[in-house]
Design a protein around this ligand. Structure first.
Ligand code: ZN
Length: 82
């Protein structure tokens, strides 16, 4: 292996890594934005859905949440959607 080849190979590895890092950065930004949008939508859903609660208390014994809406999947805990 001669010197120029090694350099070329390392440059292409670095640029591949940097492209992947950029992709992660963009994906994380999308995840953040989508979480905020979902929070905002769930606040509205909490207020406008005519909730139909089903008991889920047995699914997680240690959770204080006992009910989930059959229509919108929100939990019966107003503090989560304020
Ligand atoms: Zn609902």
């Amino acid at each position: 292996m001669n010197q120029p080849e090694t350099k070329t190979s390392s440059e292409s590895l670095i640029s591949e890594r940097d492209a992947l890092k950029k992709e992660i950065f963009r994906a994380e930004a999308i995840i953040r934005e989508n979480r905020e949008k979902i929070n905002s939508l769930e606040k509205q859903i909490w207020r406008c859905c005519v909730h139909d609660w089903k008991y889920i208390g047995d699914e997680d014994y240690y959770s204080r949440i006992r009910y989930q809406c059959k229509k919108c999947d929100l939990y019966r805990n107003q503090y989560m959607y304020q």
